[in-house]
Ligand binder design. Structure first.
Ligand SMILES: Cc1ncc(COP(=O)(O)O)c(C=O)c1O
Length: 411
């Protein structure tokens, strides 16, 4: 038998600790104003102690089982597999409480916030899933909560904005820049500089200054650790040939990859190609980015020749970020993981095909991974391969936007 739904979650493993001030090869680090250094040091120490403690891991595991609904299943997609000529398995993060993998990280950070004696959480959000997850944890733990969100995203993710407010969070629309995720992060960092004594900044992906990329990866490795064991049960002791996950900041992908790094599985991250890589309107920061420093870390970012950060574009708010977590930048430069991309239209295709063949409506973010697989099955992914795709979230939040794009009406 594999891991059953509702079985106690085990948090046993730990991945490599980054060197120095959080470096993954030449990427990572801690590039922040002096005033934030003590808070990052406090957080790093709190995380180190907590992650080494059985009590903290048991407490988090209890929440993941009894509140978030883990372990999530791995679903075999028979009809999609037949159509594509590859065997498709889905890791079902869409089935977690709040509907995406973001809850795994947020429960960990909320527990740390309590340990550090702070009473307020701030967060930034693109698709709104991380904002909803943070507002949820704040309600659960009795913490104050402010969520910064680009004004454009406030509009396209109205349902999630409503959910956050219902959960008791203040949602601050950010009008500056492109009014999307990158600008929301700027405002969250600005707030934190002034409130660091009693506020924890709950970053939603494997981005930002050390210790965030490391800490968030450790909170998300549950996805890959579970999936590896479940795949071995389904595949008679074997690992999948290919492991695919969409990449915004990179948290669901790095959490998934963490479980398979020491196997021979090909690890493939799918970035947003938006209107096409040649259009300049995309979010493919590994495929088309160059090294630079933003939001406290050195990584790969979309930049102009002069080094200005360019605006990213994607149909999905969660992939609309001009950078990527430093560990992905390192995995790409070492060649251990590969990064490809899917356009807005291919993501819409993925959204439709998974819904129609399997009865599973994916979020637009992982719909990029499905859309890429639909394009590459029989090509980049040889026929007959076994492919695990992480379905990082469910598509309810995207229904209105997709309906509009397809020229259909809700209701
Ligand atoms: C469902 C879902 N998947 C993926 C992402 C992208 O984030 P990450 O790359 O950190 O997993 C988001 C971000 O909001 C999301 O909501």
């Amino acid at each position: 038998m594999g891991i059953a739904r509702g079985a106690p979650v085990r948090l046993e493993g730990s991945g490599p600790v980054p060197t120095g001030l959080g470096r993954f090869g030449e990427f990572g680090g801690r590039f922040v104003p002096e005033s934030l250094v003590p808070a990052l040091e406090q957080l790093e120490e709190a995380f180190r102690v907590a992650w080494a403690s059985t009590e903290f891991r048991d407490e988090l595991a209890h929440l993941l089982t009894n509140y978030a609904g883990r372990p999530t299943p791995v679903t075999e997609c028979r009809r999609l597999s037949e159509r594509l000529g590859v065997r498709v398995l889905l890791k079902r993060e869409d089935l977690t409480h709040t509907g995406s993998h973001k809850i795994n990280n947020v429960l960990g950070q909320a527990l740390l916030t309590q340990r550090m004696g702070k009473h307020r959480l701030i967060a930034e959000t693109g698709a709104g899933q991380h904002g909803v997850a943070t507002a949820t944890a704040a309600a659960l733990f009795g913490l104050d909560c402010t969520v910064f969100m680009g004004a454009v995203d406030v509009e396209r993710q109205a349902l999630n904005v409503w959910r956050m407010r219902l959960l008791g969070a203040e949602v601050v629309p950010v009008e500056s820049g492109s009014a999307t995720l990158k600008d929301a992060i700027n405002d969250a960092l600005r707030d934190w500089v002034g409130t660091v004594e009693d506020t924890h900044y709950c970053i939603g992906s494997v981005v930002g200054p050390h210790p965030y990329p490391w800490m968030v990866r450790e909170f998300q490795r549950i996805v890959g650790d579970e999936a590896r064991e479940q795949c071995r049960t389904i595949l008679g002791g074997h690992d999948p040939d290919v492991v695919v996950a969409c990449v915004g900041g990179g948290s669901n992908a790095i959490g998934t990859f963490a479980g398979f790094l020491d196997t021979s599985a090909r690890l493939i991250g799918i970035e947003a190609a938006g209107l096409g890589l040649e259009s300049g309107q995309h979010g493919a920061s590994i495929t088309r980015g160059v090294p630079g420093v933003l939001h406290g870390a050195r990584s790969l970012f979309l930049q102009s020749e002069e080094g200005q950060i360019l605006e990213a574009h994607s149909i999905s708010a969660g992939l609309d970020y001009p950078g990527v977590g430093p560990e992905h930048a390192a995995l790409a430069s070492e060649g251990r993981a590969e990064y490809h991309s899917a356009t807005d239209d291919e993501a819409l295709g993925g959204f439709q095909v998974l819904s129609a063949t399997e009865g599973i409506v994916p979020a637009l973010e992982p719909a990029h991974a499905i859309g890429w697989l639909a394009r590459e099955a029989g090509h980049e992914v040889p026929s007959g391969s076994t492919v695990l795709v992480t379905l990082s979230g469910r598509g309810d939040k995207d229904a209105a936007q997709v309906a509009e794009r397809l020229g259909t009406e809700l209701g």
